[in-house]
Ligand binder design. Structure first.
Ligand code: NAD
Ligand code: UDP
Length: 319
């Protein structure tokens, strides 16, 4: 039985990855320090015979007993309000944390996949974004703590591959959504759905002309799984190319939720990328992968999840 370490296991993507790997017959060790995660995301796995959980901050030395086949490094704050609130931890988990995990992978002769992001393209001047685009990042802007940590993460991962011959994989994840996102993490989907459920106006930042392309979590997990098992060491975009402006997206959410509230406009956060759409030609060719779940279907499943939360969860403003 192959053994996989998944960091960020109590988070949104990490917990779905744990589910997938257990379903595929792997032994899974989940690791998390709960800084932005939630125990409830892995509660259903705690007594599973093939699941083990280690509470640990990956920026500190990591000890895992016995052999390991794969490591998936997903620990990192991921939403703009999280990484603005904990900027130093964000830089540390992408740099020191990644260094620790690469060292662990080397010691165990394990293959490691690291979670990079479309944010490494910054406010992109190339559209849609292809993997060979170097990006347009403001190193000292408020989002720089996340973007640069992830850019460093890619560099050190390639260095371990080239210098130590480590088996590495890099996924550049574009906006992904689904059940188990934190309602108050500030990202646009939980923000709009939470506002609709609480009877609040929907907050559009800027004039809403900025675009995003939203990928349903099951599609994302499938792409990551295929990339891990592939032979390709360079970064691969995984996301859904179906692009929409935030203004039009707010209208879709109003229709889906049936809210009678209106939209209100707030200031656009500094360095908020104006457009984002993955070019997934490489993933299609290399992995035979493309997204299957369209936005209407994925949003309905996600809204049903948020509707199932308790009043207390719905009104909890701080994590
Ligand atoms: P999340 O906040 O739900 O999950 C991140 C998890 O990492 C949390 O459980 C948190 O407690 C844990 N964590 C953070 N720092 C840690 C540390 N030092 N030690 C141990 N655990 C730590 O976020 P997510 O959306 O699931 O994102 C997971 C990964 O995917 C991140 O690396 C993120 O950068 C990447 N990513 C996500 C998206 C997306 O749209 N969801 C897009 C691009 C990249
Ligand atoms: N956004 C918005 N209202 C909100 C939250 C976000 O208009 O209440 C916008 C945000 O400015 C950005 C887009 O939605 O342009 C996506 O934001 P999110 O935080 O989800 O992800 P990211 O900016 O990292 O892509």
């Amino acid at each position: 039985m192959k053994k996989t370490l998944i960091t960020g296991a109590a988070g949104f993507l990490g917990s779905h990855l744990c589910d997938r790997f257990i379903r595929e017959g792997y032994k899974v060790i989940g690791m998390d320090n709960f800084i932005t995660g939630d125990k409830r995301n892995i509660q259903h796995l705690i007594n599973h015979p093939n699941f083990e959980f280690i509470e640990h901050d990956v920026t500190e030395h990591i000890i895992v007993e016995g052999p390991l086949d794969y490591i998936l490094h997903f620990a990192s704050p991921a939403s703009p309000i999280d990484y603005l609130k904990i900027p130093i931890q964000t830089l540390k988990v992408g740099s020191l944390g990644t260094h620790n995990l690469l060292g662990l992978a080397k010691a165990k002769k394990a293959r490691i996949l690291i979670a990079s992001t479309s944010e490494i393209y910054g406010d992109p001047l190339v559209h849609p974004q292809t993997e060979d685009y170097y990006g347009n990042v403001n190193t000292i802007g408020p989002r720089g703590v996340y973007d640069e940590a992830k850019r460093f993460q890619e560099s050190i991962t390639m260095a371990y591959h080239r210098f130590h011959g480590l088996e590495t994989r890099i996924v550049r994840i574009f906006n992904t959504y689904g059940p188990r996102m934190r309602l108050n993490d500030g990202r646009v989907i939980p923000a709009f759905m939470g506002q609709a459920l609480r009877g609040e106006d929907l907050t559009i930042f800027g004039d809403g002309s900025q675009t995003r392309s939203f990928c349903y979590v099951d599609d994302q997990v499938e792409g990551i799984y295929r990339l891990l098992l592939s032979d390709y060491v360079y970064p691969v975009n995984i996301g859904n190319p179906h692009e929409i402006s935030i203004k039009d997206f707010a209208e879709e959410i109003i229709k889906l939720t049936g809210t009678t509230q209106k939209v209100i406009y707030k200031e656009l956060p500094v360095n908020d990328p104006m457009q984002r759409q993955p070019d997934i030609t490489l993933a299609r060719k290399l992995l035979g992968w493309e997204p299957k779940v369209d936005r209407a279907e994925g949003m309905k499943i996600t809204f049903d999840y948020f509707k199932s939360l308790t009043e207390e969860e719905l009104y909890k403003s701080e994590h």
